[in-house]
Design a protein around this ligand. Structure first.
Ligand SMILES: [Zn+2]
Length: 234
C-alpha cells in the first residue's frame, strides 16, 4: 500500500441524473447486459461532462489531444487555494477572480506556488453542482483573464477550477468564442485545464498535495477532453 496520510477524491460522481447544459448530450448509461454472468454497459456522454480535463486541441487545431498529454503533466505537486469567501455563490453572480485576490489566496496557504506546480482554485460553486445545476452553469464565479495570465507567468502546468468553466460566462455570449484563459493563457501554453472539480475538495483547502489526473487516452481531434478521476494524495 502507498504510504500516505490520506487520499482524497476530488471528482463529482457521474450519474444519469447529472444536469446536461445546452448543447451537451444527456449523460446516459445504457442497458446493463448480465445474461452471461457479467455486467456490461455502455455510456453516451459529452467528453466535457462532470469533472473533466480539456486538451489543447479543444481550442487549437494543431494542439495535443488528451491521449497525447505526457504522463509527467498529469501527476505532481498541487496547491489548493480557496477564494470562496469572496467569490462563492452567496457573494454575487458571474464574479471574476482578480489576480490580486488569487495571489492573496496563495499567500494565505503558507505554501509556495512554484513553476511546474499544479493548482486547484476553489470558488465554492461546486456545492451547487447537484442541488442547483442551472445556477451553477450560468452564474458561476471563475478566473479573470488577468488571474489566468498571472498563473501562466508563474509557470503552473495544470489549472483546476471547481466551477464549470475556466473562463468567464461573458466570453461565450456569441460564437466564434475566444475565451482568453483557454486560448491565450492556458491551452496554447500546454497548461491543461480541469473543470467541475468537486468531491472532497473542501477537505483539502489550503493544502499542498500530490495530484493524480487520469483522463481516457483518446487520440485525434475528438480527444479534446475527457472525464477524469481526480485524486489528491497527502
Ligand atoms: Zn471543458
Amino acid at each position: 500500500m502507498l504510504q500516505c496520510n490520506a487520499i482524497y477524491d476530488l471528482t463529482h460522481p457521474m450519474t444519469p441524473q447529472m444536469y446536461h447544459p445546452t448543447g451537451y448530450p444527456k449523460f446516459t448509461i445504457y442497458e446493463t447486459l448480465d445474461g452471461e454472468g457479467c455486467l456490461s454497459s455502455r455510456i453516451d456522454t459529452s467528453l466535457h461532462m462532470g469533472t473533466h480535463m480539456d486538451a489543447p486541441v479543444h481550442v487549437m487545431k494543431d494542439g495535443l489531444s488528451i491521449g497525447e498529454i505526457a504522463p509527467a503533466r498529469l501527476v505532481g505537486p498541487a496547491l489548493v487555494v480557496d477564494v470562496s469567501p469572496g467569490y462563492g455563490p452567496d457573494c454575487g453572480k458571474n464574479l471574476a477572480i482578480s489576480a490580486a485576490d488569487l495571489q492573496a489566496a496563495v499567500t494565505s496557504t503558507h505554501h509556495s506556488l512554484d513553476a511546474g506546480d499544479m493548482i486547484i482554485v476553489n470558488t465554492g460553486w461546486h456545492r451547487l453542482y447537484t442541488s442547483e445545476p442551472r445556477r451553477y452553469y450560468s452564474e458561476f464565479s471563475t478566473l479573470s483573464a488577468e488571474a489566468g495570465r498571472w498563473l501562466a507567468e508563474k509557470g503552473v502546468i495544470f489549472v483546476g477550477v471547481d466551477c464549470c468553466d475556466a473562463d468567464e460566462e461573458r466570453f461565450y455570449a456569441k460564437p466564434p468564442y475566444a475565451p482568453p484563459n483557454h486560448k491565450q493563457n492556458f491551452l496554447s501554453k500546454g497548461i491543461c485545464i480541469c473543470e467541475n472539480v468537486g468531491g472532497d475538495v473542501d477537505k483539502v483547502l489550503g493544502k499542498k498535495l500530490t495530484l493524480i489526473v487520469a483522463p481516457l487516452r483518446i487520440v485525434g481531434p475528438n480527444g479534446n477532453a475527457s472525464p477524469i478521476r481526480l485524486l489528491a494524495v497527502e
